[in-house]
Design a protein around this ligand. Structure first.
Ligand code: PRP
Length: 191
């Protein structure tokens, strides 16, 4: 078992403000005549999707895709695995991909190609958190909630080894193995 120290980066109130701002930006760009098709990336995107969908005040349809680039450690493997495919067709829909965080950009770039192959009418991306200093794959982001530094973050859907997803805030996590006594590097995004 590791010792972990949390430093709050975004409070629940700050996140709520960011979600409201994003919802207003998105609402301005879409007409209400056809539902906006929200595709959330599991697992981390579940809380953001729930809050964004309710803040949008637009007709929406909702689907999930589960893609992962991380194992049980703090670094992206760079290899994307599709763990759960889309349930609904995207053809002729206005699709908005909903990500909790964009780090290297590999997951979102892969998902954009994946969704585009289904021939949506339009395709845009929203990320609550953006870590541009870690970008390895050029990935278009249409809407960004918060730009954050290169810290290992958890909470509001994001985990470290499947823990901390339930936290109502976003915190940087410094993990120190009890046995080693030293601190592991705090970079990279947890799975
Ligand atoms: C996280 C996050 C993004 C992705 C971003 O998911 O939810 O989907 O990593 O990283 P990238 O920009 O370097 O590709 P993760 O693979 O940890 O899966 P999880 O959401 O199930 O924890």
């Amino acid at each position: 078992m590791d010792a972990a120290t949390q430093t709050v980066l975004l409070t629940a109130n700050q996140i709520a403000g960011g979600v409201s701002r994003l919802a207003a930006e998105i609402r301005r760009d879409y007409a209400e005549d056809a539902p906006l098709h929200l595709v959330a990336v599991l697992t981390g995107g579940w809380i953001f999707l729930a809050d964004l969908a309710r803040a949008l005040a637009l007709p929406v349809t909702i689907d999930f895709v589960d893609a992962s680039s991380y194992g049980a450690n703090q670094h992206s493997s760079g290899i994307i695995r599709l763990r759960h495919a889309l349930r609904l067709p995207v053809q002729n829909r206005d699709v908005l991909l909903v990500e909790d965080i964009v780090d290297t950009g590999a997951t979102l770039a892969w998902l954009l190609n994946h969704v585009r192959a289904g021939r949506p009418r339009s395709l845009r991306t929203v990320a609550l958190l953006d870590k541009p200093s870690r970008r390895a794959v050029d990935t278009p982001l249409d809407y960004v909630g918060f730009t954050i530094p290169d810290r290992f973050v958890v909470g509001y859907g994001l985990d470290h080894d499947e823990q901390f997803r339930h936290l109502p805030y976003v915190a940087a996590l410094d993990v120190r193995p009890r046995s080693a006594g030293g601190q592991t590097p705090g970079d990279g995004q947890p799975s």
